[in-house]
Design a protein around this ligand. Structure first.
Ligand SMILES: [Zn+2]
Length: 415
C-alpha cells in the first residue's frame, strides 16, 4: 500500500478511481479502545471457529459449511452466548465474509490456507454499509468516524477521505497502533461527449489493442521475478511435504503471485479510467472469458483465432486481465460499452472488408489478400470491433446491433 505523509496532494486516481484502501491513524480514547478490542475479539473468535470447521473437514466427510450456513450458525450462537450477543452482528458476520474470501484465495492458489488469528497479532474488524454521514471532518488535521457501539472515534485527517467510502476496516498492529482504512467503490466516469468510438481487442501478447493504434500491456512480473518464480516452483516440487522449507517456499510463491495480481489490477484501473474518459462508446468483443479459459475448444465459437494462439491461452487471458477490464469498463462507463460478435474480427480487413484467413499472416501481422492493407493484427481487429462489423459464421454480413428479424429469416431459409 502506498502511504503518503503530511499534506502531500493525492492524485485524482487516489480520490476517485482507485480501489486501494486509504489508511489513516485512528486515535481512540482509553474507553473506546476497550470496546474496539472487544470487537476485535469477537471477529477473531468467529474467524477461528470458521478455521476450525474447515480444518475438521477431510475428503469423504460432508463438506464444511459455506458462508450462508455459517451466518445461520452465527445467529444461533448469538442467541446462546451473551458475550457474542453484546458485540455488533455486523463485525462477526464480516469476519465470516473475510474468511470466505480467504478460502477462495486459498483455492485459487494465490494465498495460503487461512489460519488461526492470535490475540495481539491479528486484530481488526470490518464495518460495511457506511453512510456519508458516518465520516466527518473536525479540523484541518482531524476527522472522526462513527463505529457501531463505540460512537465517534477520531482519526488523523492526513489526506482527503473518499466521499463514497462504502466500508472501512479497523486494525490494531502488534505495536498497539490503531488504523482505519476506507474502501471506496469507484463511481462512473463522465463521458467526454465527443462522439468518439473506440474498439478494443484483447491480445495475448499485448494485453489490449485500441482501434486508435495504441497498444497497452499489463505489466506482470519482471523477467527477473519470473525466473525467480520458476526456480521457486521447482524447489517446491522437491521440498518434503510438511517441512518448514516447503511452507517458506510456498509463502514466497504466494507473495510473488499476489504482486503480479496487484499490478494487473492496477493496470486495469488505469486503462479503464483512461478509456472511459476519452471515448463515448467503447466496443469490445463479446467473449466469455470463463469458458474460453477453461477449454481451448471454446474458441470454436470465435473462429478466426489461430490455433497457435491457444497455446498459453489460459495463462494469457488471466494475465492480461481481460475479463476484469471489461467489467471495470462497464462499471465506469455504464451504458457506453457495446459487445460485438467476435466472429472473424481478426480475418476481416478493416480497410476494405475482405474476409480471408490468409490475410492474417501471423499472430502479429495482418496483410489483406485483396487490397494489400497491412497493419498490426490486433489493431486491425480492434478497428473491426470499433466499426461494429463482424461476419456471421454463415458468411453473411452481420452487425453489432441487437438481434433483429433478419438473421432469424436467414436461419430459417438455410435449414
Ligand atoms: Zn483489404
Amino acid at each position: 500500500m502506498v502511504r503518503r505523509e503530511g499534506n502531500a496532494a493525492p492524485s485524482l486516481q487516489d480520490i476517485r478511481y482507485s480501489v486501494r484502501m486509504s489508511r489513516y491513524r485512528l486515535t481512540p480514547s482509553i474507553e473506546q479502545e476497550a470496546i474496539l478490542l472487544g470487537h476485535c475479539a469477537h471477529a477473531r473468535f468467529v474467524w477461528n471457529l470458521a478455521v476450525e470447521q474447515h480444518r475438521w473437514w477431510r475428503p469423504g466427510r460432508a463438506s464444511a459449511p459455506g458462508y450462508l450456513e455459517q451466518c445461520r450458525q452465527l445467529t444461533a450462537a448469538r442467541a446462546e452466548h451473551t458475550w457474542l450477543r453484546e458485540g455488533p452482528q455486523m463485525v462477526q458476520q464480516q469476519a465470516l465474509r473475510d474468511f470466505a474470501q480467504a478460502m477462495t484465495n486459498f483455492m485459487t492458489g494465490t494465498h495460503g490456507r487461512p489460519s488461526w488469528r492470535k490475540a495481539g497479532r491479528h486484530e481488526g474488524f470490518r464495518i460495511v454499509a457506511v453512510k456519508p454521514g458516518d465520516v466527518r471532518r473536525l479540523t484541518r488535521k482531524t476527522g472522526e468516524v462513527r463505529i457501531p457501539k463505540v460512537g465517534w472515534v477520531r482519526f488523523r485527517w492526513s489526506r482527503p477521505v473518499a466521499e463514497d467510502a462504502k466500508s472501512y476496516r479497523i486494525t490494531r498492529d502488534p505495536a498497539g497502533r490503531w488504523h482505519v482504512a476506507f474502501a471506496s467503490a469507484p463511481g462512473p466516469v463522465p463521458a467526454p461527449a465527443n462522439g468518439e468510438v473506440v474498439g478494443i481487442d484483447r491480445g495475448i501478447i499485448v494485453s489490449a489493442a485500441l482501434s486508435t493504434g495504441e497498444m497497452v500491456s499489463a505489466h506482470g512480473l519482471t523477467v527477473c521475478e519470473q525466473r525467480r518464480l520458476r526456480r521457486l516452483e521447482r524447489r517446491l516440487t522437491r521440498a518434503q511435504p510438511g517441512s518448514n522449507r516447503r511452507i517458506t517456499v510456498k509463502r514466497t510463491i504466494a507473495r510473488l503471485k499476489t504482486r503480479e495480481a496487484d499490478r494487473r489490477k492496477d493496470w486495469v484501473e488505469k486503462t479503464s479510467t483512461d478509456v472511459a474518459r476519452r471515448f463515448d462508446v467503447i466496443r469490445v468483443e463479446n467473449l466469455n472469458v470463463g469458458t474460453m479459459a477453461r477449454s481451448a475448444r471454446g474458441t470454436a465459437d470465435a473462429p478466426g483465432r489461430g490455433v497457435a494462439a491457444k497455446a498459453g491461452l489460459n495463462r494469457g487471458i488471466y494475465r492480461s486481465g481481460w475479463g476484469l477490464l471489461v467489467r471495470r469498463l462497464e462499471e465506469k462507463a455504464p451504458g457506453r460499452v457495446e459487445k460485438i460478435q467476435p466472429a472473424f474480427t481478426s480475418q476481416r480487413c478493416s480497410a476494405c472488408g475482405h474476409v480471408d484467413r490468409k490475410s492474417r499472416e501471423s499472430q502479429a501481422h495482418f496483410r489483406c489478400t485483396a487490397c494489400g492493407y497491412a497493419c498490426n493484427a490486433d489493431i486491425n481487429a480492434a478497428k473491426n470491433i470499433a466499426a461494429g462489423h463482424a461476419v456471421t459464421a454463415r458468411g453473411g454480413l452481420g452487425d453489432a446491433r441487437p438481434v433483429n428479424r433478419e438473421p432469424q429469416l436467414l436461419l430459417l431459409t438455410a435449414q
